[in-house]
Design a protein around this ligand. Structure first.
Ligand code: DGI
Ligand code: FE
Ligand code: FE
Length: 189
């Protein structure tokens, strides 16, 4: 899909602030794709649609998770997790994007998963380090992202888990599985 067509579809679904975040994720994802030899167009499309479902009513998201037989344990955890798999579903059903790699990058952009592809890692990381993000530790992850994708990802998953722990929030099990998988398989040269 043309970039402008995709952006127009997404803009209608988002607040101005979230749309600006999406543009930041898009630029960052394209640059990481170039750096790590991944299809830049796939990175662009996945980034544009990654938060497509962010503002859907919770009831609608819950229905989709049940009807599509997405992991039901999602419903027992923070509803912030739901927009990722629901976003993948709506990007296919409403925007007509059928590429499995793009849809999975959207699906796993919040929790990660065991065995993430490079495209999935790039979208997860671009979401975390896009220029509009300002929180402690983000610059360290930005620097790492230029050198080693896995090292940057480990840091961002660690920071996310610590952030949730400090707020007394639950941590979705897949987030821990993602962390363990990255530690076991990291390629730190
Ligand atoms: O959609 P964004 O704000 O751009 O970023 P995101 O898709 O990474 O979502 C971040 C939100 O999701 C944030 O409020 C924390 C929450 N979250 C991320 N991972 C987990 C989580 N919440 C729980 N309960 N468990 C997680 O593992
Ligand atoms: Fe998100
Ligand atoms: Fe996002």
């Amino acid at each position: 899909m043309e970039r402008e067509t995709a952006l127009k579809l997404v803009k209608e679904q988002l607040t101005e602030h979230r749309y600006q975040h999406t543009l930041g994720v898009m630029e960052t994802a394209i640059s990481l794709a170039r750096r790590y030899g991944v299809d830049e167009k796939k990175a662009e499309t996945a980034a544009i649609f990654h938060d497509y479902a962010k503002f859907r009513p919770k009831e609608e998201m819950k229905q989709i998770i049940i009807e599509q037989k997405f992991p039901l344990d999602l419903l027992e955890y923070n509803s912030e997790l739901w927009h990722a798999p629901v976003g993948a579903f709506l990007t296919e059903s409403e925007a007509g994007i059928t590429d499995r790699e793009i849809l999975d990058a959207i699906r796993y952009h919040t929790s990660g998963r065991v065995g993430m592809t490079i495209l999935e890692k790039i979208i997860y990381l671009a979401d975390y380090i896009e220029p509009g993000r300002h929180f402690p530790g983000v610059d360290e992850v930005r620097d790492l992202a230029q050198q080693n994708l896995d090292a940057a990802l480990i840091k961002s998953v660690q920071n996310t888990i610590i952030f949730l722990l400090k707020k007394n929030q639950t941590v979705y099990p897949d987030t821990f599985y993602t962390y363990n998988d990255l530690i076991k398989n990291r390629r730190i040269d």
